[in-house]
Design a protein around this ligand. Structure first.
Ligand code: SF4
Length: 668
């Protein structure tokens, strides 16, 4: 019996989805609304479950061919700040033939109330049960949402396993950064979107419509979807393993299934979204999020986002400022977040900040500029934002010794860091937040001690400038090796190693003006298991959920013991996924997902890191990571500043020259 068949067999023993499904047959939106009115006064923050906010879109259910439920598998308070879902919501609702509505995980009190009332999870806009939609689109930005995803399928009365769904069930798709290793969730998701969703979502909707009209079976829909660039359909492949448990290879079950599956990108970023839904309740970010650029050229070796979101594409200053003006009118928000992986690398950042400051002077609009580089220019930028709050300034050195920062390719000198810190305190900030990671490859206990020493040195700089008002808050997380990065082969620290390092920091970082925040080692283990998991991890996730695991990102819910129990039940060894150093030539469970950054480049970068060899920002020198050969045509048709990769003018890049790309790229 295959892993999936076995899971399906076991799921039939106790699932209450069947009862939910039976209920769905008689539940209309009006019935759900009626029952909610009695139920909502009994739960915390009913505003999470009502919909009806400013700028929500309600379309006539019967006037469209395709209804999509966009689902964030955590609570409303978090999910409403997800920019990707907001963009898809807008795009789908702009189409005359489709609609999009929202759904989020109910908090535990609401879940209990829904189950007690035999109500299925429903969409906020029209209160239709999720099972009534044609497509469910999950956002999976991080792995700790996996058990919540299963819980939502269960609450919706939708069969948990892709293999169990029929033509009557919604198509279940997922995208987001976690989808770059889709294998741990392969049994539950019908199709993954690998990469950017703005264009592919239309092709998915149109494919679904054509399939519906054809009256074909469900596997026909999956086959059609697999032909869309950037869509991965796990059911069309089988995974094989070596006798020692290591992954061997992925086998195509149908001839025309793509292998590898190349990620989807858009050539140009479309104009920013401006008509955001305005929540009734406080959410994590009550602000206008404007993505100023996508991708990053810095090449930090631990950073998955920096590798998978290449190439860098920028928006123009005018586009951004116009969008802010419109969004302020549509929403009334008083804060704007200028989002990107490295804001100070945006080519026109000074012009942008100056223009915004002038255009919005005296209008009570605060601007947040996250992810700044460690240099005094960053302080100038924050200073230029006249209304910027003076409470906290954040820098992320990630490691405290120059040796370690060279290994992770974030080469900043300690001298430069101290100078930047002094400039920050001098310009009026009193609390400097410093982000570090422990557990980097080849880290020693001296490197950890150096975190405490550096924090104290920074505090001493602050005291010289503003006396005892100076504060340093150190946020120390633990490094988790991620797929598609130069560190995808390295072992993760064990619980014991993490505890020893954290104990050192807790003892060393005491005293007035110093504060330390950290993640528990168990949180790190979960992220590490899931990040580099293979298909067998699906059963662990399923068994964990069956035991009551959900809301893994919330400390009040996280049940490490139940995860370990699930591993034991399935017969897998957790350490196999976390602490094992993978040989460089080992096949990896996510090798079939092609981010366009070649494995050869990642391997070379990893070997460079072992020698402490760094790379400069690839805006200064292209390292031929693989992006241009994959997307050469796209770059050729979009010349100029819109991409930060070198221009491609040659008609074709010969395969034999891909490794020497610097030579064939015009002007390099
Ligand atoms: S192709 Fe060159 S410039 Fe573009 S992301 Fe890769 S290394 Fe950087």
């Amino acid at each position: 019996m295959s892993i999936i068949q076995d899971m399906i067999h076991r799921s039939r023993e106790t699932s209450d989805s069947i009862e939910l499904k039976r209920n769905l047959l008689v539940l209309t939106p009006e019935t759900i609304q009626f029952r909610l009115e009695r139920l909502l006064p009994t739960v915390q923050k009913p505003g999470r479950y009502t919909g009806g906010e400013l700028n929500q879109v309600v379309k006539d259910w019967n006037s469209v061919q395709t209804r999509v439920a966009l689902v964030f598998p955590d609570i409303y308070d978090l999910g409403m700040s997800n920019l990707g879902l907001a963009i898809l919501y807008d795009l789908l609702n702009q189409r005359p033939d489709s609609l999009a509505e929202r759904a989020f995980s109910p908090w535990s009190d609401m879940e209990a109330a829904l189950r007690a009332a035999h109500l299925p999870l429903y969409s906020l806009e029209t209160k239709h049960p999720l099972a009534a939609f044609d497509i469910l689109g999950f956002s999976l930005p991080y792995e700790t949402l996996y058990t919540n995803t299963l819980n939502i399928l269960d609450l919706a009365g939708i069969p948990m396993f892709s293999a169990e769904r029929t033509t009557q069930d919604p198509l279940v798709i997922a995208g987001g950064h976690a989808a770059y290793n889709p294998e741990p969730m392969h049994a539950f998701i019908d199709a993954f979107v690998i990469g950017e969703g703005e264009e592919v979502i239309h092709e998915i909707v149109e494919t679904h419509q054509v399939w519906r009209q054809s009256g074909g079976p469900r596997h026909d829909l999956l086959a059609r979807l697999s032909h869309i660039w950037g869509v991965y359909v796990p059911a069309l492949y089988d995974a094989h393993y070596h006798p020692d448990g290591a992954f061997s290879h992925l086998e195509k079950l149908v001839d025309d299934a793509p292998l590898p599956v190349v990620k989807r990108i858009v050539a140009r970023l479309s104009p920013p979204l401006t008509r955001f839904i305005v929540p009734y309740i406080e959410t994590v970010h009550n602000r206008i999020p404007v993505e100023i650029m996508r991708g990053c050229t810095r090449g930090c070796r631990f950073c998955q986002a920096g590798m998978i979101t290449r190439p860098v594409r920028e928006r123009t200053v005018e586009e951004i400022v116009t969008a802010i003006e419109q969004a302020v009118q549509f929403t009334g928000f008083e804060e704007v977040g200028l989002l990107s992986l490295s804001s100070s690398d945006y080519t026109h950042i000074l012009e942008l900040v100056t223009t915004i400051s002038e255009r919005f002077a005296g209008k009570n609009l605060s601007i947040s500029l996250p992810s700044l580089r460690i240099e005094s220019f960053s302080v100038d930028l924050m200073d230029a934002l006249k209304d910027a709050r003076r409470s906290g300034f954040t820098l992320a050195p990630e490691a405290a010794t120059e040796r370690m920062r060279e290994i992770i390719n974030k080469p900043v000198s300690t001298q430069q860091l101290l100078e930047t810190a002094r400039a920050i305190y001098t310009r009026g900030w009193s609390n400097l937040k410093l982000y570090f990671m422990i557990g980097h490859p080849s880290e020693t206990i001296e490197d950890v001690q150096a975190i405490a020493d550096l924090c104290k040195a920074v505090l001493a700089e602050g005291r010289k400038v503003i006396g005892r008002r100076a504060q340093v808050t150190a946020g120390v997380s633990t490094f988790v090796p991620k797929p598609h990065t130069p560190f995808q082969w390295v072992p993760c620290d064990s619980v014991e190693q993490i505890q020893a390092k954290q104990t050192l920091l807790k003892q060393a970082l005491r005293g007035p003006g110093l504060k330390l925040n950290w993640n528990t080692p168990e949180d790190t283990m979960l992220e590490a298991w899931l990040s580099r998991g293979d298909r067998r991890m699906a059963e662990v996730i399923y068994q964990a959920w069956r035991r009551g695991v959900k809301f893994d990102a919330w400390k009040e819910f996280f049940r490490y013991d139940l995860w370990l129990e699930a591993f034991r039940f399935v017969g897998l060894e957790p350490d196999f996924y976390t602490h094992r150093e993978r040989p460089i030539d080992e096949a990896l469970p996510w090798d079939h997902i092609d981010t366009a950054v070649r494995k050869k480049f990642l391997t070379e970068d990893y070997l460079w890191s072992l020698r402490g060899k760094t790379r400069v920002d690839c805006r200064e020198r292209c390292f031929a990571c693989g992006i241009l050969p994959t997307f050469a045509d796209m770059r050729r048709h979009n010349p100029g500043e819109v991409w930060q990769c070198p221009e491609v003018k040659s008609k074709r890049i010969p395969v034999s020259q891909i490794g020497k790309l610097e030579e064939v790229i015009t002007g390099d």
